[in-house]
Design a binder for this molecule. Structure first.
Ligand code: SF4
Ligand code: SF4
Length: 318
């Protein structure tokens, strides 16, 4: 719905977390702070408060961890502020201090204690071939857990599932042509396994940190956001890139870029997939709001189902 598509600043205010609080940049996250900060009383208190609110369990399958990196690199909104004050990230395989049996114990303990109330974040595709053996997550009570096992067990217990990144949403690069691992996205996996937990798709290669954080905030405060036909929040993925591109006027005038170093001109002849892509990158921008793909390259359609195969080649000679 067009009326609900508001600018990031307004989204943050509506979500009850002001831009000012986001701007107080703190490095790291609840899980990412690590051992040196474990006994920090302020951290313990923040985590206890957050845990009552909304535990988040973040699991990773077949992916490059780029979405986690994108989230952790973010300074605006300040991710630690959000994670310490608003949600409680209780499990994250890349950055948490715990490991091995302790980590797995914690994962299942939180899932059981907060059954129906926690959010499960899935990053990476789910490899279904070879009985799930292409992605083993860990060992719990002498049982080897694959990504398939873990999603099958945890997803029905969750209140909501956020599929983060194009691998988790639509299969992405692991599901590209060949796909010997049987990689699949969360929604397709849920259909095959008859799992009914609501899914919010937040694609992107990687996802923009705002899309992740603000979707979680929406879940906290208002529940599941309005989703498009591909399961994505219309708040972030409701607008066509080409229709809103600052170079649209040049496209209309037939002024086309001949090279990527050309500061002017529409980039369609160079391979831009903006006309087939729905996301708010053009106004949200990346790298702390500094720039976006079309400034220096082309949109490669990374948020769309079918990426990358249906969007290749990414670049074309003019
Ligand atoms: S650069 Fe891409 S998104 Fe922008 S007007 Fe050209 S084709 Fe459309
Ligand atoms: S501009 Fe296109 S390729 Fe770049 S992040 Fe946005 S959707 Fe992905």
């Amino acid at each position: 719905m067009k009326d609900e598509q508001v600018l990031p600043e307004e989204q943050q205010t509506k979500s009850g977390v002001s831009r000012r609080s986001f701007l107080k940049a703190v490095t790291g996250t609840a899980a990412g702070i690590g051992i040196s900060q474990v006994f920090n009383p302020a951290l313990i208190q923040a985590l206890e408060t957050g845990l009552k609110r909304h535990p988040v369990l973040w699991i990773q399958g077949q992916g490059c961890t780029g979405c986690s990196v994108s989230l952790l690199n973010n300074v605006e909104p300040a991710i630690a502020d959000v994670l310490l004050k608003v949600i409680s990230l209780q499990y994250h395989p890349t950055v948490m201090a715990a490991e091995g049996a302790t980590a797995m114990e914690n994962l299942f303990a939180i899932a059981k204690e907060y059954k129906g109330r926690f959010s499960l974040v899935v990053e990476g595709a789910i490899p279904t071939a070879a009985d799930g053996k292409y992605c083993i997550i860990g060992d719990y009570h002498h049982k080897e857990y694959s990504m398939v096992d873990l999603v099958k067990e945890l997803a029905p217990m969750a209140g909501s599932v956020l599929a983060i990144g194009t691998c988790a949403t639509y299969g992405g690069i692991p599901a590209a042509e060949g796909n010997v691992t049987g990689a699949t996205g969360v929604m397709d996996f849920f259909k095959a396994e008859s799992i009914k937990t609501p899914v919010v798709n937040i694609p992107g290669c990687p996802s923009h940190p705002d899309w992740i954080v603000l979707s979680i905030l929406h879940l906290l405060e208002k529940g599941i956001p309005e989703l498009d036909d591909d399961g994505r929040p219309t708040l972030f993925f409701g607008e066509n890139i080409h229709d809103n591109c600052p170079r649209l006027a040049m496209y209309d005038e037939g002024e086309m870029s001949k090279t990527l170093s050309d500061p002017n001109g529409c980039r369609m002849d160079l391979g831009c997939k903006g006309p087939d892509t729905y996301a708010d990158c053009y106004k949200r921008k990346w790298n702390g709001g500094l720039n976006w793909c079309v400034d220096n390259a082309v949109c490669i359609g990374c948020v769309q189902p079918g990426f990358p195969d249906e969007f290749s080649p990414f670049y074309e000679p003019a």
